[in-house]
Design a protein around this ligand. Structure first.
Ligand code: AMP
Ligand code: MG
Length: 414
């Protein structure tokens, strides 16, 4: 048996960061930037107002109070998107809206609330009283205060979240070079499997793995390519596997245990390079890994166990980091939290146990409760879980009240 870490290291040693593609920025969310981004403009491009109010010279307000306002002549108005042609002097002000470029001569903006505008019904307004002294530069956003022209704004290798996309749009970028998404082929194997939407004959079960796996692929940034179901026959598995040759990764589920019909590993063996491992973890012990070859291509193949929970869990631990590596991501591991376990969890055979658990936060502590029966076919306890509580290999049981590490599959906002 090999450890979880050894298995992961091997899987990762077979996958490479993928090549680049260019596309519209909005399609790039979750992908990794493949170019340094410099700004060709200042953001904001001009000094502008951070408030609705009056643009003026701060000096004009010296000595102003509510009972003795500084009264200025209003010589115009400027809204966002416009440029004022007028010049503000010591006796004058221009009514200004948030985002409007600061008129010439003005150095500050006083907000409406600090003027007597509400008491002056005439429109357009001709005079305004300023009710307090203001500091020079008040409510003025300076040109280039966010980004200056020529600046390196985002480095190659940055993961693109909504805020990065916003920054890129503020530079006027319409397209980007990013690392492309991996296409992940998904093949279910087993004579017992039936596709959803069809009647269920006696003795059969629905193929659920293709769905949980495809959804996991999508969630972590890959593009799933569903190859359907292969019966437990070598020729059928081989033919389906060949359809994965134009993908970046092949995931199969089932057929990797010791049973008579567990043929995936035999097919893999025929392709040349195969490692067949028993990983010291529970659930999800058997795992096959190899390269499928053909048409001059070599595609990594991860043979996941068939049990629905095992297949999802081995995906989390091995396929997810592989996909993230191909996407060019730096952080391949999921966050863990320390949580107080509220039920006893046994470890009967020295493997690392991943117990499906519901984690909640109370005050500044996390608590984890096992989410139901832990058989590797019981997918509903996975559905009730947001984390996987870990019992290390060398611990026979964790007792109620002890602290464990929980690998978080989701955070509570989801
Ligand atoms: P295997 O690894 O092929 O022996 O499968 C182990 C268990 O997982 C068996 O009970 C299978 O019926 C079940 N199983 C295999 N593939 C799937 C699938 N695609 N969807 C749901 N259950 C599956
Ligand atoms: Mg099977």
């Amino acid at each position: 048996m090999i450890s979880v870490e050894q298995a992961l290291e091997k899987v990762l040693s077979y996958v490479e960061v993928l090549g680049r593609e260019e596309k519209p920025i909005l399609e790039c969310q979750g992908q990794v930037l493949d170019e340094d981004i410099y700004s060709s403009i200042n953001v904001p491009p001009l000094d502008n107002s951070a408030m609705d109010g009056y643009a003026l010279q701060a000096e004009s307000t010296i000595g102003a109070t509510e009972s003795s306002p500084a009264v200025l002549e209003v010589i115009g108005e400027v809204s966002a998107g416009a440029i004022s042609e007028q010049v503000v002097g010591p006796e004058t002000a221009i009514r200004i809206m948030t985002g409007a470029p600061l008129p010439k001569g003005a150095d500050s903006v006083v907000q409406f609330e600090d003027t007597d505008e509400a008491l002056r019904p005439q429109r357009p307004i001709s005079q305004i009283g300023i009710l307090k002294e203001i500091a020079k530069g008040l409510n003025v956003r300076l040109a280039g205060e966010d980004i200056s022209q020529g600046q390196l704004v985002l480095e190659k290798g940055t993961s693109l979240r909504p805020q990065e996309l916003g920054v890129l749009a503020s530079l006027g970028k319409a397209k980007l070079a990013v690392i492309r998404r991996p296409v992940v082929a998904i093949l279910a194997t087993g004579d017992e499997l039936v596709e959803v939407g069809k009647p269920l004959p006696q003795g059969k079960i629905y193929n659920s793995n293709s769905f949980s796996l495809a959804a996991q692929v999508t969630r972590y940034g890959g593009i799933p390519k569903i190859l359907g179901i292969a019966r437990d026959r070598e020729d059928e598995i081989e033919a389906k596997v060949r359809q994965a040759l134009d993908s970046d990764l092949l995931l199969t589920s089932g057929g990797v245990s010791m049973g008579q019909y567990d043929l995936v590993k035999d097919v893999l063996a025929k392709q040349g390079e195969i490692s067949f491992w028993t990983v010291r973890m529970k659930p999800g012990k058997p795992l096959a890994f190899g390269l499928i070859k053909g048409d001059g291509k070599r595609v990594p193949h991860l043979g996941l166990p068939g049990n629905p929970v095992s297949s999802m869990l081995t995906f989390e631990l091995f396929a997810r980091p592989a996909i993230l590596k191909m996407l060019g991501k730096k952080n391949l591991s999921k966050p863990t939290v320390s949580a107080v376990i509220e039920s006893r969890v046994k470890n009967t055979d020295g493997r690392r146990v991943f117990a499906r658990a519901m984690v909640r936060r109370e005050g500044d502590r996390y608590f984890a409760r096992v989410s139901g029966p832990q058989g590797s076919g019981i997918l509903t306890s996975m559905a009730r879980a947001n984390g996987l509580a870990i019992v290390p290999e060398d611990v026979a049981a964790v007792e109620e009240g002890e602290t464990v590490q929980v690998l978080m599959m989701d955070w509570s906002e989801e």
